[in-house]
Design a protein around this ligand. Sequence first.
Ligand code: TTP
Length: 627
Amino acid sequence: MPIPRPDLQGDRVIAHVDMDCFYVQVEQRKQPKLRGLPTAVVQYNDWKGGALIAVSYEARRFGVKRSMRGAEAEMVCPNIQLVQVPVSRGKADLNAYRSAGSEVVSILSTKGRCERASIDEVYLDLTDAAESMLLETPPEALEDIDEEALKSHVLGLSGDENRENNVQRWFIRSDAIHQDKLLACGAIIVAHLRGEVLKETEFTCSAGIAHNKMLAKLASGMHKPAQQTIVPSSAVKDLLASLPVKKMKQLGGKLGSSLQNDLGVNTVGDLLKFSEEKLQERYGFNTGTWLWNIARGISGDEVKGRVLPKSHGCGKTFPGPRALKTTAAVESWLSQLCEELSERIQLDMDQNKRVAHTLTLHARAFKTSDVEPHKKFPSKSCPLRYGINKIQEDAKKLFDTGLREFLGSHSNAWRVTSLAISAGKILDTPRTFSISRFFQGKSFSSAISDASNDDIQDDAPSSSIGCKENIVPESDKDEEVFAHGKSIKEDDAPSKDRKIDVLCTHSRKQKDKGNGSILKFFSCTNTSTKHASNAPSSWSESHEGQDQRDHQEECLVDGHSRLGKISNQQRDDSWNFNAEDIDPSVIDELPQEIQREVRGWICSSKRAKTTKRGSSIFHYFSTDDNA
Ligand code: TTP
């Protein structure tokens, strides 16, 4: 039988802020004459007026929905203004929306830890700000409470009549519990931030304010546009009692269906009938506990301090007759996607001093014969090397490897219906570095190979970096390599997009000259460890003499799973692609089919995590655990 867990997090104040019909607002700011008119942003593919990707609230009132195409929207709303998403390289160019999102983030991040959750939504941890406000200027001490805050919807507060008066009373109740007082402070802070966003960017947004991320996210969508909703702990039980299970983000798929069909669970609240053991028995330890927690509104997820995207991605779909049939066609599109990706990671490096370490390719394909009709094109990853040509080269290899695996022993004709690439494992570069540390350990041999392998003229040390999952020391080395490249760049003033290449070229030059301080490090090392620098250092060391191409291909790994057919040492140093490391904003940019697939990985990956207990909300449920 479940037992009450300690209250670890009940006094947090978390806000989820979501922009209203975001792409429409960005377009309306560009063209103010569209303000107030029913407007929708449509995809670049103009078949039947293009698919709607954002719909203004004026248009929604006419029944226009995102699932429609432009032509259909015009039928239900003849005056609708359709704006095409900007196009570049034959695909949607989302840069304007990304920077608009960044403008908003820079305002919202001023009051507490801020996590950019997608192109248009953030989580804020306002606990400290709310605590300070409660100490210094509690709501009851304010002469006037922000008008916008008084328009808040407070769940569980009865009566629509005199709502503002009721809300005002709720804000200044002297007998309120500490948690509610904190939420009231949080709501005032959020109202102020939303006002700032409107003033500075002309964009409206909606927000949810609660004690955890899950509840804040549920609440932000409850009253839109330009409103905010507060979830006191006392309202959680009723909120979840009527919340259809499929509305919970992680329960939209098979798990939600199983809950409905196998257990008769239709609302999240229905889960309260089941004990934690029962849920664990049925769905496994982690998922069972997670379900038990969400039924009680418990979610221990932290707001991660991250205002920049976790990864960058771009993709393109090729539906119906546009499906790609030849490697040449795939390569041509990959080249364009790689150009965009290269530009974006370069910009990130220049502006934010961050380096991406993993390149991943996703595709959807089918075989013209129906052998294995359900087989998926495997996603593949490899170390990311900066420079357009290298990214293009590696992306093509990833595709070739994926295609071989996809086709297996059958040499069928194939069609590719979508392609996407992403750059992940983005790490900050440190401001200082120690060259001696860089030349210690594994990085040492890889540095040698980069600097002295005559066969590899264009290779960069980034590929020899052991960029692994959860390995801080290796990451440190990675960053030092880059910092080194940068410092050389400053001396030699090389071209902007070749920072890392500069390290190799410069090192080679120094070596050739036979002087220079770097050479001292080289001269005391075993130069027999020459390898293709395309492979991670550990890989090179264990496969000396093998064909470089083999190295590259074998170090590719599945998007979903850990490395398979490799030696023990490689297994230790292998590359992995962690679905949870994908930034949701990047997923939004991927083609729809790939979005679904990637979200599927994330869901299953997240489900596998045990959610911490301890919200004070627990107290409201502590008597209901007896089933
Ligand atoms: P959303 O936040 O889902 O929606 P929205 O901001 O348009 O509207 P709402 O007020 O209901 O939140 O998406 C943010 C932007 O992401 C949206 O304006 C357009 C883009 N987007 C797509 O390109 N494709 C999609 O399938 C979705 C859901 C969104």
